[in-house]
Design a protein around this ligand. Structure first.
Ligand code: GLP
Length: 234
């Protein structure tokens, strides 16, 4: 695992954006795996700036999102988050975007997305992390699922994500890429932001054991992972 420690979040977001922009330059039809949450916002801001400055062209790129809530309102969906914070501001073709439907039948979405991952390999997967070590919505537990699946959200996740919902009512289920889908990406970029992630970050940095109780530790099994975090969290 390549570790980049930065003085500030902004510096880390800049480095993350540079890695994505370099990958896009190298492969204009890049399949980019995307994450939601607070962590990637600084990266998305810089991707938009690069596009507006004529330094990035997303016209041939494709994206797939890690996860989506099941049965949430449009305004609370990760789909809307992605359009508001990235897709509406760059020249990515809308038919190049893959994201689970928050209103669609979850079983049908699981089949559709499993098919997608049978046919496509993610070139670069961007990840955040939950305070409990979840990646996507692969929650800690006795076992982890390899493929796209519907999952109940851990109580810790419902609490951590309540801040995004005006009424505090977080959906209790989500569709997520499985651990195998994530680990099959050609390269992975994980950014870790926030005091609540200190414990899981330390476990990643100071141990090389893999445990289903901290799903992010499975990244130790991947040959090309870059981790970006603030020095002060380590
Ligand atoms: C959600 C998403 C994760 C994300 C996590 C962290 O649970 N499913 O993919 O990494 O939130 O979010 P934040 O970056 O806001 O801390």
């Amino acid at each position: 695992m390549k570790v980049i420690l930065t003085k500030t979040y902004e510096e880390g977001a800049q480095k993350g954006a540079e890695i994505i922009l370099a990958a896009l330059k190298n492969k204009p039809d890049l399949l980019l795996g995307l994450a939601t949450g607070e962590t990637p916002l600084g990266i998305y801001k810089r991707l938009i700036e690069a596009y507006k400055a004529g330094e990035a062209d997303f016209s041939r790129a494709r994206t797939v999102n890690l996860d989506e809530y099941v049965g949430c309102r449009e305004e609370d969906s990760y789909r809307k988050f992605m359009f508001d914070n990235l897709f509406d501001h760059i020249n990515l073709a809308h038919d190049s975007i893959t994201i689970a439907g928050h209103k669609a039948d979850p079983g049908a979405e699981v089949s559709r997305l499993r098919g997608f991952f049978e046919r496509n390999t993610v070139d670069l997967q961007l990840l955040g992390i939950g305070p409990n070590g979840h990646i996507g919505f692969n929650e800690p537990g006795e076992a982890l699922e390899a493929l796209v699946h519907v999952t109940p959200l851990a109580e810790a996740t419902v609490q951590a994500n309540a801040r995004w919902f005006a009424d505090g009512a977080v959906p209790t289920q989500a569709i997520t890429m499985g651990m195998g889908d994530i680990l099959r990406a050609r390269s992975i970029l994980i950014m870790i932001k926030g005091e609540s992630k200190r414990g899981v970050l330390r476990e990643l940095l100071h141990k090389t054991t893999v445990t289903t109780q901290n799903p992010a530790t499975f990244l130790h099994l991947h040959p090309d992972v870059t981790l970006i975090a603030e020095e002060s969290l380590t």
